[in-house]
Design a protein around this ligand. Structure first.
Ligand code: SAM
Length: 283
């Protein structure tokens, strides 16, 4: 498949890289991103590239943030170039949490013995490598909280990075659900590479059945607000809901919604403007 590469060169990279990844990747059809020294490269299949949509998103970001200044270049590229480019720009990530560390690497990165958990994740075009602050925070939660013998649901599993860690930490049953077929297939490959068994389902909250002790959902503000009642419905009393995929500014809206569903905020994490919440279902 042919891809379009959109290169952003920016003065202020930290916040705007994340904003672009969120806008283009979560709300749009962009499938992968490579961070560069002074910006970001974003990749979209040529048949999904819509210049008018892109222009509109950038205009809205510019209206929201007066410091959003960038230069843009667009080029068509071949598969082969794209893969090589991606591998060059893809770094392994060390997630440090209270009590240990998780090393998330691709098969072409070196193995490490000095970590608590090592995950081999070949994301290809799915989201979930620990580079993103939301994945980083959710991995810390999964590493810190008790998973032994639990039934865990990972909504919007992407690469299944969170589901895989939950299983490695002793969860009895782990289910991963993603609406995107590419992510679904990629999750299956990653589960196999890490030697763990995960029940994977293609779809959204409508496929949910049964009950869980832990529900994890790193998606985005609007989907979480719309579907949280379905996550709460499959969560056992006393169970844990971990949410991420939104900015600190949206925390209140998410907590208020959770409270109406019988969930209470227990803790939160923040990283680079992003938020992760730990909520407990009232008994
Ligand atoms: C931000 S990524 C998170 C991936 C991974 N769980 C992580 O923490 O890195 C969100 C994922 O949710 C999926 N997704 C989006 N809308 C969804 C929905 N309504 N139900 C289930 N999955 C959804 C996307 O395809 C994407 O893989």
């Amino acid at each position: 498949m042919k891809y379009i590469e959109v290169t952003f060169t920016m003065e202020s990279t930290d916040l705007f890289r994340d904003l672009l990844v969120d806008t283009l990747g979560n709300e749009g059809p962009y499938e992968s991103f490579v961070e560069t020294k002074d910006g970001l490269k974003a990749y979209v299949p040529i048949d999904k590239f819509d210049k008018t949509w892109l222009r509109q998103q950038l205009k809205e970001l510019g209206e929201q943030f007066s410091t959003f200044n960038f230069q843009l270049s667009i080029r068509e590229m071949e598969d082969k170039d794209w893969n090589a480019e991606w591998e060059k720009g893809h770094q392994a990530v060390l997630v440090e949490y209270d009590g240990g560390s998780v090393w998330v690497r691709a098969p072409f990165h070196p193995h490490r013995d000095d970590v608590s958990y090592e995950l081999i994740i070949e994301p290809k075009m799915s989201f979930g490598t620990a580079h993103h602050p939301t994945t980083y925070m959710m991995l810390s939660y999964v590493a810190e909280l008790g998973m032994m013998g639990k039934r865990v649901l990972d909504m919007g599993c992407g690469t299944a990075v969170l589901a895989i860690l939950a299983k490695m930490r002793g969860a009895a049953y782990v289910e991963g659900v993603d609406i995107d077929e590419w992510a679904f297939n990629n999750a299956r490959e990653n589960a196999a590479s890490n030697g763990v068994e995960i029940m994977l389902k293609l779809g959204d909250a409508t496929v949910l059945k049964g009950s869980f002790d832990v529900v994890i959902a790193n998606i985005n503000r609007n989907i979480l607000l719309a579907d949280m009642y379905k996550y709460a419905a499959v969560l056992n009393p006393g169970g844990t809901l971990l949410l991420s995929g939104f900015y600190e500014a949206d925390e209140q809206a998410l907590v208020a919604k959770a409270n109406t569903l019988g969930l209470t905020l227990k803790s939160k994490k923040n990283r680079e403007g992003w938020s992760a919440l730990q909520l407990i279902k009232n008994v």
